[in-house]
Design a protein. Sequence first.
Length: 144
Amino acid sequence: MHRCQGRDIPFQIPEFVCMAIDLTAFSPKQLDALISEAKRRKTALRKRKPIAAIRKRIVDFATAEGYTVQELFGGRAGASAKAPAAKKTTKKAAKTGRKLGKVPPKYRNPAVPTETWTGRGKQPRWMAALVKKGRKPEDFLIKK
């Protein structure tokens, strides 16, 4: 049994349904007021234009003024064509600052010699298991 609005019900329903208004406590006059308010809200929502149309108008307006939506509001650019190009240049600029080379491996799995580890980042599972059994990381060092 589940509880919803103080009653036991034999099945589970979503929480937002349980938070609904208990209509049994309303008088006929209050119910009519609630219905008319709901109808007004429904009419107002129907009159609204679709979100996609509004987004397109905003993007078009911003583009016509020489801006991207990302510049104006931050976050994702959405349908803007200029934002991905700007993103690529920032990635490229970040790469030119510090060059990271490929690091040679320092450790090798004795059971499977193709499994190696550079010593950076999280310990691989094979090494963690062997260390847990009592072996030392120095046992797996690759000799130069």
